[in-house]
Design a protein around this ligand. Sequence first.
Ligand code: C2E
Ligand code: CA
Ligand code: CA
Length: 738
Amino acid sequence: MPKMGPRAAKKLKRKVAARIPGRPVKPDPKLSGGRRRVPSEIGEIVRKRAETEAAIADARRSNERLREAIDILPQGIVFLDAEGRYILWNKKYAEIYRRSSDQFEHGARLQDTLRVGVARGDYPEAIGREEAWIAERLKKLYQPGERHEQKLADGRVVLIEERLTSDGGVVGLRVDITELKQREASFRLLFDGNPVPMILCSLDGERILSVNDAAAEHYGFSRAEFEKLTIRSLQAFDTELPWIGGRDGDEQAARTWKHVRADGTLIDLAIYSRELMHGDQPAVLLALMDMTERKRAEARLAFMAQHDGLTALPNRNLLRQQMDDMLLHTRRSAEKVAVLVLGLDNFKAVNDTLGHGVGDKLLRGVAKRLRSTLREEDALARLNSDEFAIVQSGVSRPEDAVLLAKRLLEAIGEPYLLDAHSIVIGASIGIAMSPGDGDESEKLLKSADMALSRAKSEFRGTFSFFEAEMDARAQTRRKIEMDLRDAIQNDGLRPFYQPLVDLSSGRITGFEALVRWPHPERGMISPGEFIPVAEETGLINPLGGLMLRRACNDAAHWPDDVRVAVNLSPLQFRTGNLLSQVTEALKHSGLPARRLELEITETLLLEKSSQVLATLHALRALGVRISMDDFGTGYSSLSYLRSFPFDKIKIDQSFVRDLGSNRDAQAIVRSIISLGKGLGVTITAEGVETEAELSCLRAEGCHEGQGFLFSRARPNADIVSLLQAQRGGTDDEAALVA
Ligand code: C2E
Ligand code: CA
Ligand code: CA
């Protein structure tokens, strides 16, 4: 391609520019003839013309490329000539001014465009001083390296940068900095107006670049004074070196230290730091957080986690820690640690009769007396509602613990005057000692607790030492519970039946169902061993339900005049579904209700609960018979007879046992029998073992008997043959005393 001189090129450029954008090239009249030429001249002209057209096409292509290139720039760009006329601009430029590219006209003058914009109100800064503003704007245009911000009517801000070009024109850049400005503004707002003292400083902490009002007040310096300070010079306010130019903001923030504000208040301070750009320099923003309140709340929480809210005594957690420390200490000496668990006797009664308010005051009173009876080095804690634990250190013999236990019981036993009530409350104490009864806190507490259970159940109002045998007993119970659960689930229990015999005719009137547990390892386990465990653990409910169903199902196959008696535990009345359990068992088996007897003990009536009585009446309304079992062993057997019309009374075996030897027993049995007759109630004697007992009962006119003399309890399979033997006319008693 031939080279062009600068002038030719300029001329050409202007020509090309005049036709751009997009105008078709008109044929040049100078080039397309007008006069006739000689052939050589013509050849020359044709060649030149081809050359020129190629050059034009070439220039157009590079101009288009330039356009495309500037169109993809993220900034607005504009070229103006020396007279301020538009030569070239990109899409972004038009976009910034909210126009399309062809709304700018090539060759149009900037000042005219500005004037149109000003008239439309595009430039809020020009309002009211339009001409002056335009003049200022144009003056800036030809200043080298000009840079300023321009506000637009819609709130946007444009950064304008302009440079002179070599031909006296101007190339201008436009950047939309609205977001940046907003961010800056919100940073200033967050910073200046923030109630948290904040300092912006250089990365090395040498220069303080800016502070907010809160920081000025915090340190008591003016903003101007601050600018002469370094972070290090603020150190005087702190008990420790605060910020030392580190960048680990989070680690800094996790620490607090004591700090004195300018007004003299002492606070817990933490500093949050963040690295950020300040203009174009990296800087650090420090926020001074007053953690005093939070520290206080944390301390409160920590206290609450380790103390009892009512008495402010340590709780079990803290006690265990204190105990572990004491135990560690004694490990190296001959000293022992004694743990005394103290339980108040009948505290529930105080709560129930005088209300929780008085109950709470009583507990605080007890806590106070306990504390004042102890030495400084003994630990005291509240374990649960009415139990306290005392850990006595420096003990050498059990007698030391006994002395303390006596003093504690004495202190507690004095009357309390609360809300005009004089209250006396007793206590029991269980004692365990290291290392014999356990060498770690939890074990010792458990041992003392077991000793307390024993003190409560056997002695009351006194103390009891832990014995290894208690532990063994507790463990057997746990094992029984586990195995029993398993047996109930896997059909491991079955009813055996013991006959009830009519003493005048010698005929069997019915059978009492007694649960049997053939244990795979231990053989037959007696109900006396597992019924109490079942009652403690609630397993009595499924067990009782199971016995009801099995007994009804079996009895449904017996002759129609033979009844079945099932034992009920008081707990079965509490669950509330006993009535439906009974109805279900009857319905499912088809056994008429009159053939079912339910045996209850006096303990059920102890509470005089109306719900219990209602259930009893409802059962009776079904046609089921209700018997009172173990009569005579309770506290006020006679009064219970008044509360419910029983169908049968079973004289407890202890009276029957003594019949031969004890005259009182005989008198008791006699009066129960006459009482029963008076009430029209069947009387059954339990535990009849000898002929002598039998004849004595017969002589007194007792209706029924039950006991080994007739038969032990037997599996259902034996019952049919037993009944057949009786009905087959064999000697009744001989058949029964098998
Ligand atoms: P209980 O209701 O008083 O049952 C009578 C107990 O006396 C039975 O003991 C029976 O085997 C025993 N016995 C019967 N005749 C004689 C005798 O002539 N001499 C002696 N020494 N004992 C005799 P067992 O079967 O060991 O049951 C003990 C207790 O367990 C029962 O006393 C009852 O309170 C409870 N029990 C048994 N089965 C159940 C049950 O299914 N549910 C409930 N809740 N308790 C049951
Ligand atoms: Ca019974
Ligand atoms: Ca009984």
